[in-house]
Design a protein around this ligand. Structure first.
Ligand SMILES: O=C1O[C@H](COP(=O)(O)O)[C@@H](O)[C@H](O)[C@H]1O
Length: 265
């Protein structure tokens, strides 16, 4: 693995293969889970959709399937498409089929959106659910705002630089008060989605952005490198946890246009 020379609270991990990235990602998640369970008795983790889920596949295998304290996991989604849970576009279905059904997660700890209401109602209901779990301290609360503080938020990044369902130039990037927003005009189908807002993402204890493939290399460069005042306002670049730690997981292809990085053991 190569490490980019970086800020104190941001790390860029570059992997020579998808196999190496998947193992490192599983180790990272397992270690955060263990630390949270030790400290708080629970682990609150928010997933995304897309390529991230298959890259988490090692968690379903030995040793993680036996060593992770799955009963203590509380699962959320950083974004969800407003479609039926059985629909091929559902981020819930993707995670259920490829991860959650393969490990002993407690069904009542899985907090997916209500798929039988409008995007606006689904976002409102999801906020309410999260608020109850903040009250019971299943989800921590930020000490610098009233935002929930998830132990870990896992994000992918689209080739346009979107993370969760926060798309470039969308007004939802300005949202300061709501925890969960809805959009009905996603440039990537399906159009109706709910998404964690930047204040929630940036209140997490840990955020990981997992990106692979050469087609995203230019966007990775724009999101990570110091490119001066003409830098486009990519949503991925706005992920800057206020008190938490940001870790990028890249393969060699996605990292190929970064300005510089040095190899380590
Ligand atoms: O639409 C979405 O896209 C992003 C990126 O997906 P990827 O397949 O290019 O990795 C994903 O992170 C997000 O959750 C999803 O709704």
């Amino acid at each position: 693995m190569a490490l980019c020379g970086d800020h104190k609270d941001r790390e860029v991990r570059i992997h020579e293969s998808l196999e190496e990235l998947s193992t490192d990602l599983a180790d990272y998640i397992a270690e955060l889970s263990e630390a949270s369970v030790k400290e708080r008795g629970v682990f609150s983790i928010a997933l995304s959709g897309g390529s991230l889920i298959s890259l988490m596949g090692k968690l379903c295998e030995a040793p993680y399937n036996k060593t992770v304290d799955w009963a203590k996991w509380y699962i959320f989604w950083a974004d969800e498409r407003v479609v039926a849970k059985s629909h091929a576009d559902s981020n819930y279905k993707l995670a259920k089929d490829n991860l959650l059904s393969k490990v002993p997660i407690v069904p009542s700890h899985v907090h997916s959106i209500n798929d039988s209401v409008s995007a606006e109602e689904a976002a409102d209901e999801y906020k309410f659910v999260i608020r109850q779990l903040v009250k019971s301290r299943i989800v921590s609360v930020s000490d610098v705002s009233d935002s929930p503080k998830f132990d870990l938020i896992l994000l992918g990044m689209g080739s346009d630089g979107h993370v969760a369902s926060l798309f470039p130039d969308h007004s939802v990037l300005e949202e300061k008060d709501e925890w969960v927003a809805f959009i009905t005009d996603s440039p990537k189908p399906p159009p109706e989605r709910i998404t964690f807002t930047l204040p929630v993402i940036n209140s997490a204890s840990n955020v990981a952005i997992v990106v692979t493939g050469e087609n995203k290399a230019e966007t990775v460069h724009l999101a990570i490198d110091d490119i001066g005042p003409d830098c486009p306002l990519l949503p991925a670049r706005l992920v800057q946890p206020r008190k938490g730690k940001l870790t990028w997981f890249l393969d060699n292809n996605a990292a190929s246009k970064l300005d510089n990085y040095q190899f380590s053991e």
